[in-house]
Ligand binder design. Structure first.
Ligand code: BES
Ligand code: MN
Ligand code: ZN
Length: 495
């Protein structure tokens, strides 16, 4: 989808979408009075409904119009949702339509200027237009072909709209990469292929990509991560992505760590076959980190950021790690692996320790599809947030509110530490008591971050949408976290 901003004089497409919440403002008045009257009639007739109008022989150029009533009390997020509605609205247009105009005639939006309203509508439309159809021989998108559709937004201040939208557009670019990665089947996104994609996507933007291969990890002593990967024939990699965009090159970086389990069969603690296919999404946290770095680099963010992802496949085999095995992590702490399906924390243990020691970052945030318990605790509307630092946690909560990627903070009580004490090693990878699986997983991670300011975001509940009817993301990979973390970086480190 190609999005442009033009002023009202440029309005000339045969297919127009009107998004409004009262009668059309004068600047958008079409020269054909019939069109004007019918659009206004549609707007006053009903609220928040889509109307499709044909103008077979009218005097103006407009042949078809869709009218969407955006409703009252709009804010940035509701403007994005209004934009997302355009995707279903244009399904009525003929397949051969290649160009549409969108007129946004919305007033009374709290604190947003006209061009900000339009930029938010455009952002919502862009996010909602995503399709993962690379494996379809014939694209099944009905209505206008979204991929090739050219959309002109009518706005008075074209320059301002372009500037505002270019920030959102770089976020969308990151979100799309994240969605692509999560959607990709695990046979085609092994750790080594994933590594190549990261290089291909990020190096041209000026991101420095470096790699630890199996040999390097063995030498360093990443026994926790290597234990997870030892059942798979696919070699694991730890990939570091550095974006040094800060004006002050010496600024300590902020670090993002992602779980990149390209497929989680559970290992010898094999998962049941029902829904096992969803475990191709178990690299979702790493995909958010990669998408985030792409956004930051694309918009040349004024920040030093480092992303580190652990890419491994968790498989059962004759060489797989066994329940009961004890491994030695990079930190020196030994881990009793009681369940090979609690593998994400094993991967993160080594990657977190590595990141903290290698980069001494200002703060460290990890993001991971870590526990099914997060779905039990919060359902699909919230990711779980856990942190050892109140200020960091509240900054993340604020960005979550702003972007609509909601989080809910869970406690990290010291009294739960004993649940992960092992009888024979320093720590065990599952809790010894029932319940609070998301918290005990985070307690495990906490042992590998020392005293760093750190936050953990468990996105097991939100990385993948099953008929969630979320307007700005079609079913499938959501991209949850890219917008949130991008906002977090922008608000706290760039201005
Ligand atoms: N990748 C899963 C968590 C998950 C579950 C992500 C559902 C997305 C949707 C993780 O590796 C896992 O298997 N966790 C176990 C931990 C348990 C064995 C302690 C779980 O949540 O059941
Ligand atoms: Mn698992
Ligand atoms: Zn997993």
């Amino acid at each position: 989808m190609k999005i442009n901003f033009i002023n009202a004089q440029g309005l000339k497409s045969q297919h127009v979408v009107y998004i409004a919440n009262s009668t059309l403002q004068d600047v958008f008045k079409p020269n054909d009075d019939l069109v004007y009257r019918m659009v206004n009639a549609a707007l006053s007739a009903n609220s928040e409904q889509c109307n499709h109008i044909y103008f077979p022989d009218n005097a103006s150029d407009i042949k078809e119009a869709v009218v969407l009533n955006a409703g009252e009390k709009l804010d940035a997020l509701r403007c994005q949702n209004a934009g997302a509605s355009v995707v279903s609205a244009v399904k009525n247009f003929n397949n051969s339509v290649k160009i549409i105009d969108v007129v946004v005639s919305i007033n009374d939006v709290n604190g947003l200027s006209d061009f900000e309203v339009v930029a938010n509508v455009a952002y919502g439309l862009k996010l909602a237009s995503y399709r993962f159809d690379k494996y379809k021989s014939v694209s099944k998108n009905d209505g206008c072909k979204l991929n090739n559709l050219k959309v002109n937004f009518i706005v008075s201040d074209v320059v301002a709209a372009n500037n505002t939208f270019s920030f959102y557009d770089s976020v969308a670019l990151g979100v799309f990469l994240t969605r692509d990665l999560i959607s990709e089947p695990a046979n085609n996104l092994t750790p080594s292929v994933y590594l190549q994609v990261i290089k291909h996507e990020l190096e041209p933007l000026g991101v420095n990509v470096s790699v630890l291969d199996h040999k390097a990890m063995l030498k360093m002593g990443m026994g926790a991560l290597l234990g997870v990967s030892q059942g798979s024939t696919n070699e694991p990699f730890v990939v570091t992505m550095q974006w040094n965009g800060s004006k002050n090159k010496k600024d300590k970086p902020i670090a993002f760590v992602g779980k990149g389990v390209t497929f989680d069969s559970g290992g010898l603690s094999l998962k049941p076959s029902r829904s096992m296919e969803e475990m191709k999404t178990d690299m979702g946290g790493s995909a958010v980190v990669v998408g985030l770095l792409k956004s930051l680099a694309f918009r040349k963010a004024n920040v030093n950021a480092v992303g580190v992802v652990g890419l491994v496949e968790n498989m059962p085999s004759g060489s797989a790690q066994r329940p009961g095995d004890v491994v030695k992590s990079l930190s020196g702490q030994t881990i009793e692996v009681l369940n090979t399906d609690a593998e994400g924390r094993l991967v993160l243990a080594d990657v977190l320790w590595y990141t903290a020691n290698k980069f001494t970052p200002e703060i460290m945030i990890d993001i991971a599809t870590l526990t099914g318990a997060a779905v039990i605790a919060l359902g699909v509307g919230y990711a779980a947030l856990l942190s050892n630092n109140d200020r960091l946690a509240s900054r993340i909560e604020k960005s979550a509110e702003c972007t609509g990627e909601l989080v809910w903070r869970l406690p990290l009580p010291a009294s739960y530490d004993k649940h992960i004490d092992s009888k024979i090693a320093d720590v065990r990878n599952t809790s010894s008591v029932l319940g609070a699986g998301t918290i005990t997983a985070a307690k495990f991670l906490q042992r590998f971050v020392k005293d760093m300011d750190w936050a953990h975001i468990d996105i097991a509940s939100v990385a993948w949408n099953n008929s969630s009817k979320k307007k700005i993301s079609p079913d499938g990979a959501d991209g949850f976290g890219v917008g949130l973390l991008n906002n977090f970086v922008y608000e706290n480190y760039e201005i």
